[in-house]
Design a protein around this ligand. Structure first.
Ligand SMILES: Nc1ncnc2c1ncn2[C@@H]1O[C@H](COP(=O)(O)OP(=O)(O)OP(=O)(O)O)[C@@H](O)[C@H]1O
Length: 311
């Protein structure tokens, strides 16, 4: 079985409020899958549906070949889950809490808990209520990883972690992948998942707007172009060119964005004397911002393998 998560036409409404609308998505075994979207986009809703913590209004969910509702006990054993609002009994010491959670999963060797805690610099003897937000998040990470689950579902896993610990976390994800585990992680920051994710999905307002590899998304980003000419040029020579948007001409300087091939712009430019040229690929974070705000067109016109609905 190569598909680990399969969501089909999943819709969740909270009364009159939108949670998710017609979301279809497939995650393959061994993938690290980044699930991105701004606050309120529906990331936690999707994850809660996968774990049967809430029930869909319509649509289906399959996780590890199971129905999250009918096979809840089996699934929870095979999954490592970090909730976005991870909460445990604050009176317990971190080590006691982790041993307890490990026993619920059939027992996890103390050495494994200690190894993870050492890597994350988590003090196992501290009472949970005395820990900072970031240190509590480390307890959440240890409990998700400690039993080597087939599938890790992590909701905003780096929330509250300092950059060094974030780095350690990314190493743990890379190791999980190398061991054949599948990782589904949500985030609202692209740079965080960019380094480890094989593919990313972006959701906005409860709908999937793109699914692709990081490299392919980057290839689809705009080119920001600035051209300096020897003499003033007229904007109308440039602005109907294919792929050219946001055109502005200020005397001898032209700036624009180019979506796709810059061929037409280059040919139009070659009719003039050029004194300077600069072209920068749009920063991935900017590309995501464009998806978030709806400035970037969604990908309905292209096939599901590169965009989407079940990739
Ligand atoms: N229990 C609930 N009752 C009513 N509305 C809810 C409930 N849970 C979520 N929502 C709404 O569903 C939408 C999606 O919320 P969700 O928590 O899934 O987003 P998210 O992408 O995880 O956001 P964040 O990054 O802020 O955690 C939001 O508009 C939210 O207000």
């Amino acid at each position: 079985m190569n598909t680990v998560i399969e969501l089909t036409e999943l819709t969740k409404t909270y009364g009159s409020r939108r949670g998710l609308t017609g979301l279809s998505l497939r995650v393959n075994r061994g993938e690290v899958f980044g699930y991105l979207g701004p606050n309120g986009a529906g990331k936690s809703t999707t994850i809660r549906l996968m774990l049967d913590l809430i029930r869909p209004t319509s649509g289906t969910v399959r996780v590890l070949g199971c129905d999250p509702r009918a096979d809840a006990v089996e699934l929870h054993r095979r999954i490592g889950y970090l909730a976005g609002d991870f909460v445990v009994d604050g009176r317990q010491k971190a080590g006691e809490c982790l041993t307890f959670l490990g026993n619920l999963r059939g027992g996890v060797p103390t050495a494994r808990i200690t190894e993870l805690a050492d890597r994350l610099e988590l003090d196992l003897s501290a009472r949970i209520k005395s820990l900072s937000k970031g240190n509590r998040q480390k307890v959440g990470l240890v409990q998700a990883f400690m039993h080597h689950p087939e599938l890790l579902i992590l909701d905003e896993p780096t929330s509250g972690l300092d950059p060094l610990v974030q780095q350690t976390f990314l190493e743990m994800v890379a190791e999980a992948k190398a061991a054949g585990q599948t990782v589904f992680m949500s985030s609202h920051i692209m740079s965080e998942v960019e380094a480890v994710a094989d593919r990313v999905a972006i959701i906005r307002e409860g709908r999937l707007v793109a699914t692709d590899t990081v490299a392919a998304l980057r290839a689809r980003s705009f080119l920001q172009v600035r051209i300096d000419f020897a003499a003033p040029v007229a904007a109308e020579h440039f602005h109907a060119l294919p792929g050219v948007t946001d055109l502005s001409v200020d005397g001898k300087t032209l700036t624009c964005a180019v979506d796709g091939s810059p061929d037409a712009l280059i040919k139009a430019t070659a009719r003039h004397t050029v004194t300077g040229l600069r072209a920068d690929t749009q920063d991935l974070e900017e590309l995501f911002h464009a998806y978030y705000t709806g400035e970037h067109p969604t990908d309905d016109s292209t096939d599901g393998a590169s965009t989407g609905r079940a990739a």
